[in-house]
Every structure is written in C-alpha cells, then in structure tokens.
Design a protein around this ligand. Structure first.
Ligand code: NAD
Ligand code: MG
Length: 389
C-alpha cells in the first residue's frame, strides 16, 4: 500500500539518506512535501524527481527562485516559516523531521498535531520543547519514532517491554574525531578537524556536537523524554567503533544491544518500515573484520558538555532549551571561526549560569521565547572579550 510522506529538511544529510531509501522503493511512497532552508536548486531537483506536491523553502527571499526552478512542473512552491508549518500540518502517514536545530521545532509540532507518525531526527526540537512535545504527541494521538541511531537502538531493544523492567539504558558515543586529544590540543582544534568524524558522515552542526560530546548530552535529554526511566538510569559509554548503537539492561541483568553499520539508512529504514522491516542497501556488519569492540568512560574534564546537559536535564523546565540555544549560537560562532573549540561548552555554561532560569515553558510559544532569549544572552556573551580565544 502506498503511504504519504513529508520530509522536513529534505536537502540535508538525514534527508538525503531518507530519499535514498524512498528512491529504492518508489512504489511504496507518495511524496507530499519536501522542505529546505535556502538550497533552491537541490530542493527543486528533488521535488521534480520525487513528484512532490509542494516544495517549501524557509528563507522567504528564495521564493521567486524556487518558482522559476519549478516552472512547468505543476509542483506548488511556498516560502517562509509559516508556510513551513502549514505544509507540516498537511495530513500524511509519515513525516521525517530532519531540520537541524530549534528552527525545526514549530514544524515538528505542526506535524505532531496532524496526528500521523513522526520519525524524529531533529533532536534539538525535543530537547528544547521536552514535555510540551511529548504532551502534544499524547493529545493528538501521534506516533513518535526515533531516527537518532542511539534512540532507535533503544526503541528496538525495548521491543514492547515495560519501562518498569529497565534497570539501565546506556547510550554509546563514538567520542568524535577529537576523542584522544589533550586539552591543549582541543583549544587549538579547527572547524575542519572537528567536523571530520571517523565513523559518520553528517551535517556540520551535529558533527561539531559530536566532537564536543554535546551531541551525547542532547541525546541524554532526548532519551530522558522518549524513555522516561529516570535520569539515574541513563548512562553514557564511549565506544569508538560505533557498532553497538546503544543498549538496555533489564532488571534480571539481561542486556540487549542493537548493532549495525554506521549508516543512518539503518535507523531510518527501521522507522520507515516500522513495525515491519524493509530491505536496506547498507553493507552487512562484518564483526570478524572489525575485530574488537572497545569501551571507555566519558572524560568530562576534556569534554564537559555531557555534564552540562545532565545538569540541565536535572534542573528541567527551561534549562534544556537554554542549553540547546546557547549551544546552537556557540557552534555557529565556532564554525564561523569566531571562537575556539573549548569555548563552546564554556559559553553554554556561562549562559546557563547567568541570571535566573525562566519558568518552565508550557506552550510552544513559551519554548520559542526561552530559545530566543537564551540566544540573545549567548550572542551578548560572544561579543565580550574572552582570554581563551
Ligand atoms: P544538515 O545540516 O545536513 O541538514 C539540515 C536540513 O535542515 C537541510 O535540509 C536544511 O536546508 C534544513 N534547514 C537548516 N536550517 C533550517 C532552518 N533555519 N529552517 C528550515 N530548515 C532548515 O543536518 P543533518 O545532519 O541532516 O541533521 C538533521 C537533524 O538530524 C539534526 O537535528 C541532527 O542532530 C539530527 N541527526 C542527524 C544525524 C546524521 O547522521 N546526519 C544523525 C542523528 C541525528
Ligand atoms: Mg545519535
């Protein structure tokens, strides 16, 4: 049976992996909407290839170009943040939420409100909105499936078990490209070095997050909302080979792990086909060739981001949204060459510790206000002199 599909963030890394699977199974899917930030040429090409009903760019100044690029195709063109939300609200069987950052939150909420299945890659949206998002999922009878490889692994390991049976959930972390660097080396790390991930091919923002370990911090908060077993039952272990994508230990001390190649098409395929399975084009796992799986404890002296994220999760309320917003500002500044690598976590800590936290947001608008204000605070700190740069 053909199912309808919308991809928010179709031109990104997760978007491309999703479309690769759809391309191999064209008859199974009817593409409704594809969206991008401002990459008109690529978006128009994808919209034509997949015969989308509508293509949307978030950047309004790109609308005229998008219209030209889609001329004669019969594909609708739209632009702007509200168009993005309107399109996300169109009923579909499956929405793949693959925008990067809190910019994806409002469209994800719109997709949840139409009550379909949302395959969530956009972790920043869940980190920022937390209970506001999980309550909306309940209220609208939507289904949230985790695309993030760790959470997808946990979801598969849980396989219908009651969360009350869980003793511990362990997120694995590759440790990123700078895992073995000393603090002094980390201070001089460049953007090119930070995005050169050894195992995964991803967008720039998540690659930097992976290098700082903030990605694991965000994932800890993500897991806290998706699998509410209590923060004391959520752990992190560094596993440089990225073969085990996470594990669940049950109270009888039986631990289930999910293994697979480091290719996002595996967790995406698991979401697209759920609760069934589909063929994947990925190479099968060759454990004999891999030889060894190793594990080590995270080092929060060199990589303080996981500690900050855990503290934000414990504080709850607005803290995770503040953490996320400050991190987005810091990562953008690092990628632009404005701050050094180790200042990313320092800036996040500075913003979290400045003044009192706003009250816990209860609505989407309140989350967006917390996000906006934390960005302003982070940007103001960026303008100040800092001896480490
Ligand atoms: P990416 O940078 O490759 O792609 C991001 C997509 O979002 C693009 O289509 C871009 O046009 C769009 N976009 C960017 N800014 C936007 C804005 N302001 N408004 C609207 N659209 C915007 O990112 P990615 O690596 O594909 O990651 C997407 C999300 O998935 C992130 O939240 C990331 O943490 C998560 N994720 C990615 C991977 C991975 O392997 N890449 C793995 C797990 C989770
Ligand atoms: Mg992940």
């Amino acid at each position: 049976m053909t199912r309808s599909l919308t991809i928010l963030g179709a031109t990104g890394s997760v978007g491309a992996s999703t479309l690769d699977l759809v391309r191999r199974n064209r008859a199974d899917w009817r593409v409704v909407a594809l969206t991008a930030n401002g990459n008109v040429a690529e978006l128009a090409e994808l919209a034509r290839e997949f015969s989308a009903e509508i293509a949307v760019v978030a950047d309004e100044s790109c609308l005229a170009d998008l219209r030209v690029a889609l001329a004669g195709s019969g594909i609708e063109a739209a632009a702007g943040r509200s168009a993005l939300c309107e399109v996300a609200a169109r009923p579909v069987d499956m929405t793949v939420a693959a925008i990067v950052g809190c910019a994806g939150l409002a469209p994800v909420m719109a997709a949840i409100e139409q009550g379909g299945t949302v395959a969530l890659a956009n972790k920043e949206a869940l980190v920022s909105a937390g209970a506001v998002m999980t309550a909306a999922v309940e209220r609208h009878g939507a289904t949230l499936l985790p695309v993030d490889s760790e959470h997808n692994a946990i979801f598969q390991c849980l396989a219908g078990n009651d969360l009350a049976e869980v003793a511990k959930i362990t997120l694995t972390a590759s440790g990123g490209p700078l895992r073995t660097w000393t603090l002094a080396q980390l201070e001089a790390a460049t953007a090119a070095q930070a995005v050169a991930h050894p195992n995964w091919d991803m967008g720039a923002k998540i690659s930097v997050d992976s290098a700082t370990m903030m990605n694991k911090g965000l994932e800890l908060i993500e897991a806290h909302h998706l699998f509410p077993v209590g923060l004391d039952r959520l752990g992190i272990v560094v596993h440089p080979q990225s073969v085990i994508h996470s594990m669940v230990e049950f109270r009888d001390r039986s631990t289930l792990a999910q293994l697979g190649p480091s290719d996002m098409r595996v967790p995406i395929a698991s979401c697209l086909a759920w609760p069934a399975r589909m063929e994947s084009p990925c190479e099968p796992l060759d454990l004999a060739a891999i030889g060894q799986l190793t594990f080590e404890a995270p080092d929060e002296t060199r990589f303080p981001a996981t500690r900050l994220a855990r503290q934000a999760a414990e504080a709850g309320g607005a803290a995770p949204a503040v953490l996320n917003a400050a991190n987005e500002v810091a990562v953008a500044a690092f990628l632009a060459g404005k701050i050094g690598f180790t200042r990313i976590a320092l800036l996040v800590e500075q913003v979290l510790e400045s003044g009192t936290l706003p009250p816990a947001p209860q609505t989407l608008d309140e989350v967006l206000t917390v996000d906006r204000e934390a960005r302003a605070t982070a940007t103001a700190f960026l303008g100040q002199r800092y001896s480490g740069d």
